[in-house]
Design a protein around this ligand. Structure first.
Ligand code: ZN
Length: 225
């Protein structure tokens, strides 16, 4: 997929505008420095460097492959002991401590939406929760955020999911089909917030279907219209 085609850049640009809220680099550096100098308060605690999630990157000492030990961890049948397998060369390590680890270098801090925070965390990006905000420690700099590989991946997944979940006012041919459509619609709309115009448009769609297939009462009882 060409992540940086004109259309995809537009989609990603909107995505970043929506999910990345503000730059916090200077402030986070200041706060982390203060906390490492012991300047924290019981009631208003400062974030600590050690609280940054996914800060460390694990490397296979044998081949140099960087991988997430959690994703490559399995239990050995005999002694139920956790082992870590390098996805590249297949070498098995008895303990996470046998892997090389290095803190990733964070160049920028950004306040991000809870949604993006979760996705970045899943992708192994350095993140931090503090107060009411979620922060992303960006490990690159000097290019637009929407060009970051991890942002392209997350955005692609979001677009695919939206497409899958799209509900269309399709033509309905039978009573059973109309009933199923109403059930699907109810489950779908429960997961999103709709504008008044959208709600009215859907109510009209189901009113027409209800009239045609004798389902008006049923739809009313189930809160469809
Ligand atoms: Zn390896």
């Amino acid at each position: 997929m060409d992540y940086d085609s004109v259309t995809n850049q537009e989609i990603k640009s909107k995505f970043v505008q929506r999910e990345v809220l503000a730059c916090f680099s200077f402030e986070m550096e200041a706060v982390l420095k203060a906390s490492s100098n012991g300047a924290s308060d019981k009631e208003y605690p400062l974030p600590m460097y050690e609280e940054i999630e996914n800060l460390y990157e694990y490397k296979c000492p044998e081949c140099g492959e960087v991988f997430n030990p959690d994703d490559n961890c399995s239990e050995r049948e005999k002694d139920a002991q956790s082992v870590f397998t390098c996805p590249n060369c297949g070498k098995v390590y008895e303990s996470q401590d046998d892997l090389e680890n290095e803190p990733q270098e964070i160049f920028e801090w950004w306040i991000v939406s809870t949604y993006l925070y979760r996705k970045l965390k899943d992708k192994g990006e350095p993140v931090l929760e503090w107060g009411n905000n979620n922060y992303w420690g960006r490990t690159c700099s000097g290019q637009a955020i929407m060009l970051d590989g991890v942002i392209s991946e997350i955005c692609e997944e979001a677009v695919k999911r939206e497409r899958r979940n799209k509900m269309k006012a399709t033509a309905i041919k039978s009573k059973a089909e109309a009933r199923q459509k109403a059930i699907d619609w109810q489950a779908w709309q429960g997961r999103r917030s709709m504008s008044t115009t959208e709600v009215m448009r859907w109510a009209e769609y189901f009113r027409v279907l209800g009239k045609r297939f004798g389902l008006l009462r049923e739809f009313k009882e189930n809160g469809i219209i």
